[in-house]
Design a protein around this ligand. Structure first.
Ligand code: UDP
Ligand code: MG
Length: 320
C-alpha cells in the first residue's frame, strides 16, 4: 500500500549513516519495502554523520524518487550517538525506529516491533542473539563493555543493540528532558523504565565494508557508558586508600617493634616497592578522577550535540 507523502507519518525510521554510500540505497529500499508492508504512513530519516563518500548524494537521489525518504547531513562526524539524537529530533512519527544503515539490523523485525507497539509497549528492544560475524576482538570488546556496564552501571544491557522502537512519549523525554551531553543511548532507554519488550535477532553480515568502529572509539564508548551511569570507580579509589592505610599501619607496627628490639631498620627494596605501588595507585586514581572531571567539563560547556549542514525533505524550522 502506498500512501500519499502528505500524510503525517505514524512510523519514523532513523538511519544513522557514516560512509555508507556503497550499500545505502539497497538498505533504504529494503527498509522502505518493509515499512510499506506495515500499512502505516512512514518516513525514513537518514542522518549522514559527516561522511566522506557519496552517502548524502545517495540520500538526495532516494529523496527525489520518494519524498518520504528524508535526510540531514551533519557538519562533521559527531559519532553515532549524536547522529541518532539528530534523527530523534527531526522525527515526527508516533513511533520511532532506529536502525543501522548496513542491514545488520534485520528490517524483517520491524513488523513485529510495530505490532508490539500497537499492543501498548513503549520501548521495543531488539537484542542480538549471536555475534558470529564479528571478529574475536570485536566480540571480546563488546562482551567486556556490556559486562562492565551491566555489573557496575546497575542497568542491564547485555547484548543490547541500538535497534529499537520508541514511542513518541519516550522520544519526547529523550529529546527534551535528558539534556546531558554525553549519552549512552543503549543504557538510557533501559534507565527510563516504562513498558519494554525484547525481540531477538541474529546479526547479519555487514553490507558494504568493515565496521566503522575502531578499538579506540569502542573504548571511548565504554568510558562514557561507565562514567555516565556509575560513580563506582571513584569509590574504588577510596577503598584502595583505606586498604593502603591499613597495610601502612601493619608496616609501621612491624618497624617499631623491630626498633624496640634493637634491630636496625632494613629493607631498601621494600621501600622502593611501596613507593612504586603507592605511586601508581595515586596516578591511576588521578586518571579516574580526571575522567569524571573531563565529563563535567564537557557538560558545563553546553555545546550543541551536533550541527546540521544540509537537509533534504525536512522542515528547516525544526530546532538545530
Ligand atoms: N555510524 C555513525 N557514525 C559513526 C559510526 C557509525 O552514524 O561515527 C553508523 C554506521 O553508518 C551504521 C551504524 O552507525 O549505520 C553502526 O555502525 P557499524 O556498522 O560500523 O557498527 P557495528 O555494526 O559494528 O555496531
Ligand atoms: Mg554494523
Amino acid at each position: 500500500m502506498t500512501l500519499s507523502p502528505q500524510t503525517s507519518p505514524v512510523i519514523s525510521a532513523i538511519v544513522p549513516a557514516y560512509n555508507e554510500g556503497q550499500g545505502l540505497a539497497i538498505a533504504i529500499k529494503t527498509i522502505a519495502g518493509t515499512l510499506d508492508a506495515c500499512e502505516s504512513a512512514w518516513e525514513i530519516i537518514v542522518v549522514d554523520d559527516g561522511s566522506h563518500d557519496h552517502t548524502f548524494q545517495q540520500v538526495q537521489l532516494l529523496s527525489a524518487l520518494d519524498p518520504r525518504i528524508k535526510g540531514v547531513a551533519l557538519s562533521r562526524n559527531f559519532g553515532k550517538e549524536a547522529a541518532m539524537l539528530a534523527g530523534l529530533e527531526q522525527a515526527t512519527g508516533q513511533a520511532v525506529i532506529i536502525i543501522d544503515a548496513d542491514l545488520q539490523h534485520p528490517p524483517d523485525l520491524i513488523p513485529d516491533m510495530i505490532k508490539q507497539w500497537r499492543l501498548g509497549v513503549q520501548i521495543v528492544h531488539a537484542v542480538k542473539r549471536s555475534r558470529k560475524e564479528d571478529s574475536f576482538g570485536q566480540r571480546t570488546s563488546a562482551y567486556v563493555i556490556n559486562y562492565l556496564i551491566s555489573n557496575f552501571g546497575g542497568i542491564n544491557i547485555k547484548n543490547a543493540s541500538d535497534f529499537k522502537l520508541l514511542d513518541r512519549e519516550i522520544v519526547d523525554i529523550i529529546v527534551h528532558q535528558l539534556p546531558e551531553r554525553e549519552r549512552f543511548f543503549r543504557g538510557l532507554t533501559s534507565w527510563l523504565g516504562f513498558s519494554e519488550h525484547y525481540l531477538y535477532f541474529d546479526v547479519a553480515s555487514r553490507q558494504g565494508d568493515e565496521s566503522k568502529w575502531s578499538f579506540m572509539s569502542l573504548l571511548e564508548l565504554a568510558i562514557t557508558a561507565l562514567t555516565s551511569f556509575t560513580s563506582l570507580p571513584l569509590r574504588i579509589i577510596s577503598f584502595l586508600g583505606f586498604a593502603t592505610l591499613i597495610l601502612g599501619f601493619f608496616v609501621i607496627a612491624e618497624t617499631l617493634i623491630s626498633l624496640m628490639n634493637g634491630q636496625a631498620v632494613s629493607g631498601f627494596a621494600t621501600t622502593i616497592i611501596c613507593l612504586l605501588l603507592i605511586g601508581s595507585f595515586i596516578m591511576i586514581s588521578l586518571g579516574i578522577i580526571g575522567e569524571y572531571i573531563a565529563k563535567i567539563y564537557e557538560e558545563v560547556k553546553h555545546r550543541p550535540h551536533y550541527l546540521i549542514k544540509t537537509r533534504v525533505g525536512l522542515d528547516t524550522k525544526k530546532p538545530h
